[in-house]
Structures are given as structure tokens and as C-alpha cells.
Ligand binder design. Structure first.
Ligand code: GLV
Ligand code: MN
Ligand code: MN
Length: 474
């Protein structure tokens, strides 16, 4: 109907206007045409629109249903609402996975899982032999966090598939929704575990054979308890074959305040900052808190505290607002008020959009750790860089598709950097990558107050759906 109207409008213009007027008309300069457009209610540029050319009905995202699913998933938590805690291979994680697989099935996707529990829901395209277009995120949640981080990119991706199905779209390349295993490092200290393996990390596949959690449960025992890694300890089956995906796009809350502050609907991510994490351990003699006099102590706890302050100092010394460093874990052993700590354990997270600057910070932290150990007569028993990842750049063609999608949907957008890491950082190693951000309340994330509105999510889902549709036809 709409196409017929724009065709008849076009014919009228062709017969009535000289060529120069026609060109001006298409440049939106002709006031007569503008009036015709206002009068008829049908935009004359319809024929240029991907939506009207490709879809039989407008895009509609069911934000209320999405919100209900987010709320339901948030109840699968090991801490009370409004906080969410969902840790890899725990009962709640397994239940969340079941919930997602069920929704994938209801959306007509064919579901498969790999040996570590990355879950794939596939909508077969007209040319299934072509590399597929993928989207997805994670559903694990760090202790006492919120319900939107990652979840919006999984449930939102399934809703984006529903949006496209409702609109009558037929993909050429298959579309796949991925739930990545353990984006968060909570249980085994390794971030983006599933996507690192998909990207072919032999080093991680090997390291996992000797990796244990805080309760001394091995990675493979934990994986088996959740129904994965049953056949073997060899995880090479998880590695993606080159060219599996022609594009990967992740939808995520911004986890920062910029979009909300500036009143912008969509963030188009151009690059993801370079993250690193380090484990440090100091050991001293410990002893009785009353009996051992101050000159005779070598307090491992104070060495840890001093290193935490050194981390802050080295990050600030970089002189760039883009350098950040956090000591998120500082544990003391034996952890009794009347016992001098004989051991301290620190986990340090540092990031920057500039990899070289981030690496200098790591080097300075290492130097400080050695100097503090010497000064305080404690042993530096561990200084282990767990990961030291380079940044990732989004692919130009995907940035363009996300920008066009935002424009067609009349949504304000801006280009931005992701300071948080995401599975996209690793998918970029094996596929062209792009990310869509939506605003979240005050930029809150990794805490129970995390919130994104239904409007914001609906916009994000529609931009994702349109971007996937475009990429699927390329
Ligand atoms: C992901 O959750 C991150 O820490 O950036
Ligand atoms: Mn997170
Ligand atoms: Mn996340």
C-alpha cells in the first residue's frame, strides 16, 4: 500500500516536473513536494528506505514482554532482590540457561550448545551455506549486581528476531543468537571465558585444565555438574571455524552516564578499551595481634593495602582520564581481628583505550609490588597477569549499518568508546564486530540500582533488528 502510494507520487512528479525540479525534489528542497508529503501522510522517500523496501510491516518491539522476561530472569539469583547474583555453572546459572533455551525454541530458533555451554539459537536463512550474522551477550551476573547487564543483549536479541519475524523479513544469511558462557570473571577469575574460547584461545583451553575456583572445585568438575564438557577435557571443539560469522553485533546497556546525560537514544560503539587483570599475593609471618610488637612484624595485609594505594597512584600518574584501575578483591588470611595477616590476596583490574599506556601502568604496579615486599619484609609469592588484552575496533561496515538503522528509525545516536569489556572484544578476533549501546539510569551498572527503561530497550532492539536484517542481506 505504502509502496503503491510512493510509486504514484513518483509518477506524478515525473510527468509534471522538469528534471532539475525532480532532482531538487529528491533532495527534499521542493516545497510543493513537501506539502504533498504532509498532505498525503506518505513520505515520498519511502522507496529509499530499507524498512519499506524489505519488510511487509513496520518494526514493533514488545518492550513489556521483554521487561517481564528480564524481571523473571532476575529472580534466578543467589542474593535477594533487587540485587542479582548468578555465577557460572551454579544452579541459578543452569536454570537461566534453560529459560533462554526455551525462549529461543519459542521463537523458532534451532538450539545447540558447545562443550563449555555457549548457547546458539539459529534462524536459518535462505542461503544457509553463507556465513551467518550473529548477535548476543551474557546472562551471568557478578555478586550483588543488577538485572540488565548482558541480559538485555540476550533477551533483546531474541526479541529482535521476533521483531523481524513479525515484520515479514526473510534472512538471506542465517541469524544466530548467542548466549556466551561466563562473561564475568567471578568464579574462575577469567573474563569472557566462552567468547575467548570461541575466538580460539589455545592458552585458555590449556589453562582451564588446572583452574580451580575459591572452593577448590576444578573448572571441569564445575562444567560437568552443569551438564557440559562431559566427553573430554579437550576444549578445541569450542573454537569457531574461520568465517563462521560474517558479522557479530552486541546490544548492551551503556554502563556509563553519557547517553542519558546527553538525551541520546543509541550509542554506536567504535572501539572497546583494553582490559587487564592481575592476581597478587604477599606472605608474612602473621602472629598474635597483642604479643608481636610493631617493630617485629611483617604484616602481609599492610603490604596489600599499600599496593592498593600504589595502583591508584600509578593510574593517576598516567595523566589520562581514560586510564582506570580498581582493586576489587583484597582478602586477608586468616581474617581474624586478633591475628596479624599472614597472607593478602589482591585482584587488580586496569584498563585504558590506549594499550601502551595500560601496559606501563601494569609494569609500575609490578615494580611497586616488589618494592613494597622488600620494604615490609614480606614475600611476593604471586604476581600473575591473568589477562592483558588489546583493545578492539568495530568494523566500518557494521558501524555504517548501525548508523543507517538509527537514522531510519529516527533515533538520535552518537559514536562512543566502550570502557567496559564485552564478549564483542573477543568476537572481533574472529568476526567483523559492532556494538549498540542504550542509555541506563545514571550510568549505574554492576550494582542493584542498574536500570534501563522499556523505551530505551525498545529502541535498542529495533536498531539491532534492522542492523541484523541489513547485514543478513549483504
Ligand atoms: C564487564 O562486566 C566488565 O567488567 O567490563
Ligand atoms: Mn558486567
Ligand atoms: Mn555485560
Amino acid at each position: 500500500m505504502q509502496k503503491n502510494m510512493s510509486l504514484s507520487a513518483l509518477l506524478q512528479i515525473l510527468f509534471l516536473c522538469p528534471f532539475s525540479t525532480l532532482t531538487a525534489a529528491f533532495n527534499n528542497e521542493d516545497p510543493t513536494l513537501r506539502t504533498m508529503e504532509d498532505f498525503s501522510g506518505y513520505p515520498i522517500h519511502e522507496s529509499h528506505s530499507f524498512i519499506s523496501n524489505t519488510l511487509s510491516s513496520p518494526l514493533y518491539a514488545d518492550a513489556q514482554n521483554l521487561q517481564n522476561q528480564i524481571d523473571e530472569l532476575s529472580r534466578l539469583s543467589d542474593t535477594p532482590a533487587p540485587s542479582v547474583t548468578r555465577v557460572l555453572y551454579t544452579e541459578k546459572d543452569v536454570l537461566a540457561r534453560r529459560y533462554i533455551k526455551n525462549l529461543m525454541g519459542l521463537s523458532g530458533l534451532s538450539v545447540r550448545e558447545d562443550a563449555v555451554g555457549n548457547i546458539f539459537g539459529r534462524w536459518e536463512g535462505d542461503e544457509p551455506e553463507l556465513a551467518a550474522v550473529a548477535t548476543g551477550s551474557h546472562t551471568d551476573a557478578i555478586p550483588y549486581s543488577g538485572k540488565y547487564d548482558g541480559v538485555v543483549g540476550v533477551l533483546g536479541a531474541i526479541e529482535a528476531i521476533n521483531v523481524l519475524k513479525r515484520s515479514g523479513f526473510k534472512p538471506k544469511r542465517s541469524l544466530e543468537v548467542i548466549l556466551f558462557t561466563s562473561e564475568e570473571p567471578t568464579r574462575f577469575g577469567i573474563s569472557c571465558l566462552g567468547s575467548r574460547l570461541l575466538a580460539g584461545s589455545e592458552a585458555l583451553a590449556k589453562a582451564l585444565k588446572t583452574t580451580f575456583d575459591g572452593q577448590n572445585i576444578s573448572f571441569f568438575d564445575a562444567a560437568r555438574s552443569a551438564g557440559y564438557a562431559n566427553d573430554q577435557d579437550d576444549l578445541s571443539s569450542v573454537f569457531l571455524k574461520k568465517g563462521t560469522y560474517s558479522a557479530f553485533v552486541e546490544l548492551h546497556i551503556e554502563q556509563g552516564p553519557i547517553l542519558e546525560d546527553e538525551g541520546i537514544s543509541i550509542g554506536i560503539v567504535t572501539a572497546i578499551a583494553a582490559p587487564a587483570s592481575i592476581k597478587v599475593e604477599f606472605e608474612g609471618n602473621g602472629g598474635h595481634a597483642g604479643a608481636v610488637l610493631m617493630p617485629n612484624r611483617n604484616d602481609a595485609g599492610l603490604a596489600g593495602a599499600e599496593l592498593a594505594l600504589a595502583v591508584e597512584r600509578h593510574v593517576l600518574e598516567s595523566g589520562s582520564i581514560d586510564s582506570v584501575g580498581t582493586v576489587g578483591i583484597l582478602e586477608l588470611h586468616p581474617g581474624a581481628i586478633n591475628s596479624i595477616p599472614s597472607r593478602s590476596h589482591l585482584e587488580i583490574d586496569t584498563r585504558d583505550i590506549n594499550e601502551e599506556r595500560r601496559n606501563i601502568i601494569i609494569e609500575k604496579i609490578h615494580q611497586s609490588a616488589s618494592a613494597i615486599a622488600k620494604k615490609r619484609q614480606v614475600k611476593l609469592t604471586e604476581f600473575k597477569i591473568i589477562n592483558q588484552d588489546p583493545p578492539a575496533l568495530s568494523e566500518k561496515s557494521i558501524i555504517k549499518a548501525m548508523e543507517e538503522a538509527s537514522k531510519e528509525l529516527n533515533l538520535s545516536h552518537k559514536f562512543m568508546i566502550s570502557r567496559a569489556y564485552h564478549d564483542s572484544l573477543f568476537m572481533a578476533r574472529v568476526s567483523p564486530m559492532g556494538m549498540i549501546f542504550i542509555p541506563c539510569y545514571k550510568g549505574y551498572s554492576h550494582k542493584p540500582e542498574e536500570f534501563s527503561s522499556m523505551d530505551a530497550m525498545s529502541n535498542g532492539v529495533k536498531v539491532l533488528a534492522l542492523t541484523l536484517a541489513k547485514l543478513s542481506l549483504e
